[in-house]
Design a binder for this molecule. Structure first.
Ligand SMILES: C[S@@+](CC[C@H](N)C(=O)[O-])C[C@H]1O[C@@H](n2cnc3c(N)ncnc32)[C@H](O)[C@@H]1O
Ligand code: SF4
Length: 464
């Protein structure tokens, strides 16, 4: 017997047609909201004294804690889809000097902010580039020397990003010995054609073997970074990617939308328009994968993350502790996120600070004994208010609002409400099931800086 009637079928088709229309209508440039205000709207870069005083006054608060992000920019080869700050080189003689520069930068902070060595360090995340460009010895040494200067929190979490093609068991061991229990692997897609087109040949068994090795060693959380929307990716390829991922069963999955930003990354220009899935076709890839991951027992966390219910990210989402910062979703919020290394971003409750993006300028600054600031932002009270509202929406799919805000959004986001992508339940703005694809668009209603001045050039990737 047919379980779907003709009317049901007609309705499904109508919904699909309507959804396609909506995806086309709202596929506009939009921030990813890992921060608020978003980087193009930063103004009033803090002076050195202001930056240090913000860290010191935050640390002086009772029960304050901090976390550390360390950026290692080197990669041996360039993946053409990449949007990260990288330095491509095969010269491993660059490891040792960069390691010393990182430690020197940390020394500057310790000298100016002595409480950093007294307040608990909750988290270290090594990102890149490719942190495992460093030899296991150098990686272990870097962390050992940092940890020897601070108080490590009892619930300390150490995590790092790896390119499985450049990572071996000794890398895993060197950081496991320093208390690291979480590893994030760049996978992107298992399909060979896609891998060839993005200059990243990574046979599946490399990822699989590293996953098994990490598990055997005692790593409690393995993350896979996947991307949808890469050249030549279609539904058939996403099905295979999702199936293989489910078989490997990482604890966390980041399923990123390919951020195409050719005006920033020239290598993005080599992709042919006709090879790139966009709009509804692109979103379909996400929706398919999302459905399968949920069926396989994963919980959807925020915009593009999934986790097994046993993982701390899923638990944080359930208890309302989920946080979002420059690294994406995290299970904990600390008062200070201190970023070391070229291009690293730091934050306190009052301001943002970013290091120089160009490696020689960053290195020269540190060698001269100063923090090489590229830019930053001192929050106004209004920024702080909107930052919290956007953060709640990004981590909980809903946010409580004042009456005047509701009235404002009823007007500003009128068409999203009419299209049933969001609704108001009393004083709570809720993203509807249908509206999850449009979270970035909804957040734009709370982004008062963007609303007051739309950028006059391309700065953000498309929202879908
Ligand atoms: C620093 S890389 C990860 C570590 C390592 N370098 C690797 O690629 O295996 C961080 C992640 O950012 C994501 N990423 C990079 N460029 C991107 C882009 N243009 N759009 C979406 N995601 C991107 C990839 O999923 C990548 O794994
Ligand atoms: S994706 Fe990873 S390995 Fe590839 S260039 Fe970017 S940072 Fe380097």
């Amino acid at each position: 017997m047919l379980s779907i009637t003709l009317t049901d079928l007609e309705n499904i088709l109508k919904v699909e047609g309507k959804m396609k229309e909506l995806l086309a209508k709202y596929d506009i440039p939009a921030p990813r909201y890992t921060s608020y205000p978003t980087v193009p709207y930063w103004e009033e870069t803090p002076k050195f004294e202001q930056w240090m005083s913000s860290i010191n006054s935050t640390l002086s608060k009772k029960d304050s804690s901090w976390s550390l992000y360390i950026h290692i920019p080197f990669c041996e080869t360039l993946c053409t889809f990449c949007g990260c700050n990288t330095t491509i080189t095969k010269d491993h003689r660059r490891e040792a000097p960069y390691l010393e520069v990182l430690l020197k930068e940390f020394e500057i902070y310790l000298k100016e902010c002595p409480d950093l060595s007294k307040k608990p360090l909750k988290e270290i995340h090594l990102g890149g580039g490719t942190p495992t460009f460093f030899s296991p010895e150098n990686l272990g040494n870097l962390i050992k020397r940092i940890l020897s200067k601070v108080v490590v929190s009892k619930d300390f979490e150490g995590s790092f990003e790896v390119d499985p093609r450049r990572t071996n068991k000794d890398h895993l061991k060197a950081l496991y010995d320093q208390g690291f229990k979480r590893v994030s692997m760049g996978v992107q897609d298992f399909d060979e054609e896609v891998q060839r087109l993005v200059n990243r040949i990574q046979p599946e068994n490399i990822t699989k073997d590293l996953t098994l090795a990490a598990r055997e060693m005692g790593y409690t959380s393995v993350n896979y970074d996947l991307i949808y929307g890469l050249p030549k990716q279609d539904l058939a390829k996403i099905k295979v990617l999702t199936q293989k991922t489910i078989e490997h069963r990482p604890d966390r999955i980041a399923l990123y939308s390919f951020a195409l930003v050719p005006w920033i990354k020239p290598t993005h220009r080599i992709f042919k328009d006709e090879d790139l899935p966009v709009g509804a076709e692109k979103r379909e890839l996400y929706e398919y994968s999302r459905g399968e991951l949920i069926k396989a027992g994963y919980v959807e966390i925020g915009m593009d993350h999934f986790a097994l219910p046993t993982d701390s990210l899923a638990k944080a989402a359930e208890t309302g502790e989920l946080h979002r910062n420059f690294m994406g979703y995290t299970a904990h919020r600390t008062d200070i996120l201190l970023g070391l290394g070229v291009s690293s971003i730091s934050e306190t409750p009052d301001m943002f600070h970013q290091n120089e993006k160009k490696l020689p300028i960053y290195e020269r600054g540190i060698e001269e004994g100063r923090i090489p600031t590229l830019r930053g932002h001192i929050h106004t009270d209004e920024d702080k208010e909107h930052r919290e509202l956007i953060l709640k929406l990004m981590t909980r799919w809903e946010v409580e609002l004042s009456e005047s805000k509701i009235n404002d959004l009823r007007e500003y986001l009128k068409s999203l409400i009419e299209d049933e992508l969001m609704l108001f339940n009393g004083s709570t703005l809720k993203v509807t099931e249908k509206g999850t694809a449009f979270l970035r668009n909804i957040c734009m209603g709370l982004d008062m800086r963007l609303r007051s001045q739309h950028p006059d050039r391309k700065v953000f990737s498309q929202s879908i």
